[in-house]
Design a protein around this ligand. Sequence first.
Ligand code: ADP
Ligand code: MG
Length: 824
Amino acid sequence: MTGIDSLRNVLELERRKGYTDKAVIGGLDKYLHKQAGQIRQSINNPQLVSGFDELNLANSNYGSYGVDERKRWMTNVLGWLDKIEKATKTNRSQKSEVRSQKSVVSSQKAAAEPRQNRREGLDSPITVIKGITSSVANKFARLNVRELRDLLYFFPRRYVDYSRRKPVSELIEGEDQTIIGTIWQARVATLGNRRGTEAIVGDKTGNIRVVWFNQPYLAKSFHTNDRVVISGTVGLFKGHKVFASPEWELLKDKELIHTGRLVPVYPLTQGLYPRQVRKWTKETVDGYVWQLGDFLPSDIKTHCQLLDLPAAIAQVHYPDDLAMAERARGRLAFDELFLLQLGVLARKRDWQESQPGNAFHVDQEVISRFLNCLPFTLTQAQERVLQEILTDLKQAKAMSRLLQGEVGSGKTVIATLALLIAAANGYQGALMAPTEVLAEQHYTNICGYLSQVGTQEPGSEPGEGTIRCYTGFLSRPLTIALLIGSLSSNEKERLHYKIGQGEVDIIVGTHALIQKAVEFNKLGLAVIDEQHRFGVLQRSALRQKGFNPHVLVMTATPIPRTMALTLYGDLDISVIDELPPGRQVVRTKCLEPQDREKAYIFLHRQVSNGRQAFIICPLVEESEILEAKAATTEYERLSREVFPNLKLGLLHGQMPGTEKEEVMRRFRSGELDILVSTSVVEVGIDVPRASVMMVEGAERFGLSQLHQFRGRVGRDKEQGYCLLISEKLSPEARERLRLMEKVHDGFVLAEKDLELRGPGEFFGTHQSGLPDLKLAKLTDLRSLELVRQEAITLFQSDPNLNKAEHQPLRQQLSRAWSRGAEWS
Ligand code: ADP
Ligand code: MG
């Protein structure tokens, strides 16, 4: 609270000087304008913050007042200072106790330079920060950090705890520790056979050798008698303790950011280094966080006991201690979920209030004829879901339904029937899939289902654009078309025309379906497969293509109910929670690296028996480029050394879309025996002959994702196998992976995943249109109901966020609901 203390000192002095505005050079206003942000930031209690905001010190006008006015102003401000000091006293005494035990240089903080409140707007490019050149900015852009605001919201992944300070004599081998000492000597030295820096650092209790490999240039930074802070792990070299390549920081009048505290660890990309990034985030937080203000209404903050936003941002980067880091995270996670809820509520309202939907007539005759032609009977779950959908379709209100069901649970049959109903009512139906291969697959299946009894028009084969089916269900033939990006522009144009004329009944496609050029004649039903790839924006884009069509969203990712309510609060939910009878469980086994050879032999044998296999390469966090590289290397190694006589294919995210599609196509057609892939391998892809899914670095994937991978094999009557290879694991990590062997219910695994990794990880952070969930975790899910209630209450009191005090919230909402999405 140094900011508050010095503010009090200044004000007392001003009072003693008889309100002459002589207490500080340049006048009180200048001082206040400069300090207000920092003072505000040091207040953790939201109630006090709003009191502080009312004082409006950042825009004070003291200089222009007469003496009486100045007196009144002074009494007011000092009275408020009393209040805040009282309120923080208890808090402070508790905290300082903790600090004197744990933290290194609390006195250091008092000596920190006064923070400079900087005026460039938060939407300024990050290049306004000293040292961030445009080439550095390009690197940040890869992490989606472009503006100052992005940098404030660029959160550390974790912290290293360097707050434990030790005298040199008490350093313990193998632990993260910090010393503060004096440099006795520093020089360039040959370490091993490379040049590096060597220093001897000591305190009253002893000396220790410190080395930095490959960094000879560091020697220049150290001078004899400099005071230095060293943080890192202590090792042993020839029986002597040594710090090897530790973090270091010269002890000057600055706040420590690399050592002696909880040090943030940021996600990095090639060419960005931890020390630089910390320097820049620190400068940004110190200089700009005050500009954030706070968009949350203060009654919500009080009610939910949340930190003020600038304080939360400052603390999430450079926390005082772990408890503060957790409080900061709690506040920011609240924001994520709250904004998500508000947006979802608004969307639901918009849809319900927009034009009425189209009530379909459901002809029982059409349905039973379709079902009778299937080579199987529907499962009970399919029956139930079908009824839910039919009930929706009969309403004059547009359906908004999420259909969840495991891979192979039979969603496509249900969707096909819904599309048929639309056609029977004289409407067009569309099915949108995330990739061409999946779209083709759906097209083939739908054509297959619909032509069971009827006949296909001669010469028209699936995959050629359009076919006409005499289904026998309807009195007229149905036209089904495939619209994908790789069609020639001529074909596309022709298809667009036909769609516009209403000559096509069912259109299956990719993103190509929501392009401007596509004008439906009478879109009545839109089915969207693999929802999480699309997100809300595409959903509404497709919705806008029709006269408020019914929308059915399908996903094979089991989403626990709590999460579904939040993420898809705008949708009703149906679940197919049962697999068709006779479906085999994929036999799953966790293996260690030394079992790899045996696994290869197994794969080889499967391929000899006419089967195919996937090999998934480890996830490389934060870098698709590195991941692609690793997969390429693995592919080459496997092709050359392990399976020289088999046909292997490679799939990764850096390949152009057409190449990816081509490889998938070749694998599906059986031309390739083994597909080596990163995690991009298509969800939902059907390769009937694939029987083995081998996952390298399995510990790096979430359980849900592993379950998705596993769903790729054993789709036939044949037994499927999933081999999970992991490096050395902690007992907990092994326990977690072992769940895969025992549990085959995707929902159970998803719950487990959420609990262990949080929703951000679960969904991936970059789903289009939805606000990021970077910090929300399951612990927040428990309080999700609270967040929902707050959102609902606010929404009811001010549905359009028109009230003046809700303007910052409104702004934040449209920002969170993504670039391009308009808050209406
Ligand atoms: P999903 O889209 O949910 O992954 P599909 O609809 O593609 O599942 O169905 C997977 C396979 O199971 C298909 O070959 C389909 O014909 C078959 N199938 C669907 N429902 C049943 C059922 N009730 N009984 C037997 N087989 C079924
Ligand atoms: Mg499917």
